[in-house]
Design a protein around this ligand. Structure first.
Ligand SMILES: [Zn+2]
Ligand SMILES: [Zn+2]
Length: 333
């Protein structure tokens, strides 16, 4: 019985005879296998289908379970194994996984390059690949992490010489911890309170990160008056009160880290004084390399530029099918 892969309003479903496998469903389906790839909110189940007491097999890593719980999502019946299913590190954030079942692999959100404490994914060989394509356009080519790190260290050093405080901005879950690992040697080190909370959770899950003080405490103790300093913050608009205040009171500059920084077409990648291309996803050529290395005969594209990336794969002679959903859009995590 061939595998049928479909996009539905509840997410991707794979049907194999009588078996149903839901990949990052909005609501887990009783009687099916439900896989939660990682704890970014656009991948977590918002509710559950069926009546209370219906059992759902919910596959997720222990880290995804722990992070989801802190973010107010309860993966009640979660399990770390099910016969015939193997979770494979996807290198995107702590605890992120892809799913191998039969000869099919679903990437979840995936990154194949090493960054800080995160090791790049090693995608297994498969016949059918279901891949994300957040950065599935040729214009997305990210520079090596080493070069970016050196450039940012030079920039911070120049600011410190002029006593200018620096705010590094990236997603609260994932990027902010990588930034802490890469730039946590700058002193004094402060965190937006929400980043401090997420970093502490990472510590509890075994990731050691440089310590620092949360912004509320730093401000109330007058520590921010003593310049320069480095702060790690979520990606916030320059218009938010938080960033406006740090700029007007202390003359801080912002450095934003995002894959979108590269593209002239997506303004939300350039909201900071300096925008640095760094992502927790594959860039375009890494996506292509991953597809080739998987040896897949059929590729389904999802979560990004599905149509465009499928078309490029077809030009390379690969059988590629976009899994498109109505009503999605905007930057994915
Ligand atoms: Zn995502
Ligand atoms: Zn994600």
């Amino acid at each position: 019985m061939p595998l049928r892969v479909q996009m539905t309003a509840n997410g991707i479903v794979c049907r194999n005879g009588s078996q149903e496998i839901w990949l990052d469903p909005k609501a887990p389906v009783p009687g099916a296998v439900n896989f939660v790839s990682h704890a970014h909110t656009d991948h977590l189940p918002a509710a559950r289908n069926g009546r209370d007491g219906d059992r759902c097999t919910l596959l997720a890593s222990r880290q995804t379970h722990a992070i989801a719980a802190v973010r107010g999502f309860r993966l009640d019946d979660h399990s770390e194994r099910a016969d015939g299913f193997e979770m494979v590190d996807s290198g995107h954030i702590l605890g992120s996984k892809g799913l191998l079942f039969g000869e099919t692999f679903y990437t979840g959100d995936v990154c194949t390059r090493d960054r800080g404490f995160l090791k790049g994914a090693k995608v297994p060989r498969c016949k059918t690949l279901i891949t994300e394509c957040t950065f599935g356009l040729p214009e997305f080519e990210f520079p090596p992490v080493q070069g970016v790190t050196e450039r940012v260290n030079r920039l911070i050093s120049e600011m410190y010489e002029r006593s200018v405080p620096v705010i590094l901005m990236g997603y609260q879950l994932g990027k902010a911890q990588t930034l802490t690992r890469l730039f946590g040697h700058w002193m004094p080190l402060y965190f937006h309170d929400s980043v401090l909370e997420m970093n502490s959770l990472h510590e509890r899950l075994g990731v050691s990160l440089a310590g620092g003080i949360g912004h509320t405490e730093a401000e109330s103790r007058g520590l921010l008056e003593r310049r320069p300093w480095l702060m790690i913050s979520p990606m916030l608009s320059e218009k938010t009160r938080f960033i406006r205040d740090l700029k007007s009171k202390y003359g801080a500059v912002t450095i934003g880290f995002s894959g979108w920084a590269k593209s002239p077409r997506f303004a939300f990648g350039r909201r900071a004084d300096y925008s640095i291309p760094m992502s927790d996803h594959c860039d375009y050529s890494e996506l292509l390399r991953m597809v080739r290395q998987s040896g897949a005969e059929t590729v389904y594209t999802t979560h990004g530029f599905e149509e465009e990336f499928a078309r490029d794969l077809q030009r390379l002679g690969i059988d590629a099918v976009p899994l498109t959903a109505a009503g999605t859009g905007g930057p994915a995590h």
